[in-house]
Write a protein that binds this ligand. Structure first.
Ligand code: ATP
Ligand code: MG
Length: 594
């Protein structure tokens, strides 16, 4: 046994097991588990937790960690299994559970019923909707023992449609709003940044069913408001942008974004009227001279040209493949190629292709193929500096952003292809649909990304931090129960905010320096250090690690906060601890804690 453990240690594994099993200090801590800390649930005691943080021995190590993925890995929140596939360790799972509770709450407030659909699906329904044929490499497919094809669900429109088609008999059973929180599988071309773009990830997906279009639009509005409440409660600033419906389909969709420089999306927004849209969908006008592009449809198998059209965009702007494809949908097996057209090509195109140019005019393109300043139509990718087309007085600005949620009004998509109908007012109609997704695992890391920095280390929004506070007793755990009880008295907005929300670092086999360093690595919003000042004068050192977006008061309950190296501290007598924390939390973040 000893030899095995030594081998583990040599290979860098199991330092936790080593220190817990083999040192006398560890043995002492096991004895203490059952005595002084009886009131603290075992699940909140760091001695019971699988934490790899001890590996980082140098103080200030957090500063050398560049990305949030590194910080989360180093602090033991996530563990990479393979590219784009991660284990959520207990602390990350706690944060995820909190996000999920907020979302459950808001989904159920608009009549959402939670169910759990299978992950392992047969392609039958996917063939009916055509997505088996068109989704391509992103789909994870496999075969069962009878060699029948199967897939791992990347989304569940088909499955939920089949359920409702089988079970619902009358228009009286609508509206229906069904949702689940499950793992989704997408073989992303470029999995990146930990949980931000995974190949297996956790999503909340809701599917709505209404009898009429008006009701479905109403549902879309109700869900947009519920999503805003979710993100208000999560506590990270967000933007809501008009969006493309992509492979999900439909005609109206909005994305929810955390605005952050590391995001893969660009949101263009007008400060004058509040218009915001994903760059791929945004509309911006520009009076610059035009540039011509040839849009060519090519047969993917043979490489031969199927059709060609002329597209004119303002100079300095790229043509938008998305906008062109929307107006000119591609047949399966075809692809669109866009290339700048010089004057000769433009004229030749005009001579060769009278038909397509007529079509092009119908799309709002200029009648003359010559490059012109009077470009009608919107075929370009909008960019910062373009005029806002909604209010005409504003100018668009661009910000990078991380998409965390996406909502769609689908109309009769999926109902039509899977023949889901309802008899209403004497006529049979296709059921009207919507779908609404939040990437919960992406929200987790994106929230950390927005709140943390390589200088300050890991930070969490208060509502989703795995624990709101950690108590770090530096000289024995005997005083912990008193402090724990004080925290139980703190009420913010009618809620006992520390209930089941306080971790105790009872790893007495680790040095005080290690444990203080770990508190910094883990990034819980509050750390209550019980050190010499506590033994001498019942004074708790309160360390605050809050998101930069929270504006902190200079003092709470008359007790001053001092700032040292991005961290705020206060020294508070035990008798005033509850009052101090109550005031501080009520001032700093009244809405996110309840
Ligand atoms: P993206 O454009 O980032 O690839 P998407 O538009 O394909 O995302 P949707 O189908 O709209 O994603 O899925 C709903 C939500 O699921 C997204 O808003 C996002 O939060 C989350 N999500 C999508 N793909 C991933 C992924 N690969 N890893 C983690 N979360 C994801
Ligand atoms: Mg999306």
């Amino acid at each position: 046994m000893l030899q095995t453990l030594r081998q583990h240690l040599r290979h860098g594994y199991g330092r936790h097991i080593w220190s817990r099993s083999l040192t006398t200090a560890a043995a002492a801590s096991i004895t203490q588990r059952s005595s002084t800390l009886a009131e603290v649930p075992q699940s909140s005691r760091l001695s019971w937790m699988l934490l790899p943080t001890k590996k980082s021995t140098k103080r200030g190590d957090t500063c050398s960690v560049a990305t949030t993925t590194d910080m989360l890995t180093k602090a033991g929140y996530i563990h990479q299994s393979s590219a784009g596939i991660y284990t959520l360790m207990p602390l990350a799972q706690r944060a995820m559970d909190k996000i999920e509770r907020i979302i459950d709450d808001e989904m159920q407030s608009v009549g959402g019923q939670k169910l759990a659909m299978p992950t392992l699906l047969t392609p039958d329904n996917w063939i009916k909707t055509g997505r088996w044929q068109t989704t391509g490499d992103e789909l994870f497919t496999l075969h069962d023992r009878k060699q029948s094809a199967m897939l791992l669900g990347p989304t569940h429109e088909e499955e939920v449609t089949a359920i409702v088609k089988t079970m619902v008999r009358s228009f009286r059973e609508y509206p229906l709003r069904l949702y689940q929180t499950t793992r989704k599988f997408r073989d992303e071309a470029r999995p990146r940044a930990g949980l931000l773009r995974g190949r297996e990830f956790v999503m909340k997906d809701m599917y709505s069913f209404d009898v009429t279009r008006d009701q479905a639009i109403e549902t879309f509005g109700a869900l947009e408001r519920a999503y805003r409440r979710c993100f208000d409660r999560i506590g990270v600033p967000y933007a809501v942008a008009d969006a493309d419906s992509g492979n999900i389909g439909g005609s109206l969709s909005k994305e929810f974004h955390f605005v952050h420089g590391s995001g893969e999306d660009t949101v263009l927004a007008c400060q004058s009227c509040g218009y915001a849209a994903n760059e791929e969908r945004a509309r911006g006008s520009c009076s610059a001279h035009g540039a011509a592009y040839l849009a060519t449809v090519v047969d993917a198998a043979s490489g031969s040209r199927v059709a060609q059209r002329l597209v004119v965009v303002p100079a300095g702007h790229e043509p938008s493949a998305l906008k062109i494809r929307q107006a000119w949908p591609l047949e399966p097996g075809h692809r669109l190629e866009l290339a700048p057209a010089n004057v000769q090509e433009t004229q030749r195109a005009a001579a060769d292709m009278l038909e397509p140019l007529v079509d092009a005019c119908a799309l709002g393109l200029p009648e003359s193929p010559s490059v012109s300043a009077s470009v009608a139509g919107d075929w370009h990718v909008a960019q910062a500096g373009d005029s806002c087309t909604r209010c005409a007085s504003g100018v668009l600005t661009a910000q990078r952003a991380i998409e965390v949620g996406h909502i769609f009004y689908l109309g009769d998509k999926y109902s039509r292809s899977m023949d889901l109908t309802v008899l209403h007012q004497g006529a049979r109609h296709y059921v009207q649909r919507g779908c609404f997704g939040i990437g919960i695992s992406r929200v987790l890391q994106a929230a950390a990304e927005c709140c943390s920095s390589s200088d300050a280390g890991l930070r969490w929004p208060l509502a989703i931090a795995p624990f709101l506070a950690a108590i770090v007793p530096l000289a024995g755990t005997s005083h912990v129960p008193q402090v724990y009880k004080k925290l139980a008295q703190v009420v913010v907005g009618g809620k006992c905010v520390f209930e089941n929300n306080v971790a105790v670092d009872d790893r007495e086999y680790l040095s005080p320096g290690f444990r203080l360093h770990d508190a910094q690595l883990l990034g819980f919003p509050l750390t209550l250090v019980l050190g010499r000042a506590f033994a001498a004068a019942s004074e708790v050192e309160v360390q605050l690690r809050l998101p930069p977006t929270l504006s902190l008061p200079r003092a709470a309950a008359g007790i001053e906060l001092t700032c040292i190296d991005d961290e705020y501290r206060a020294h508070v007598h035990l008798d005033r601890l509850a009052e101090f924390l109550g005031c501080l939390l009520a001032d700093a973040c009244p809405q996110t804690l309840h």
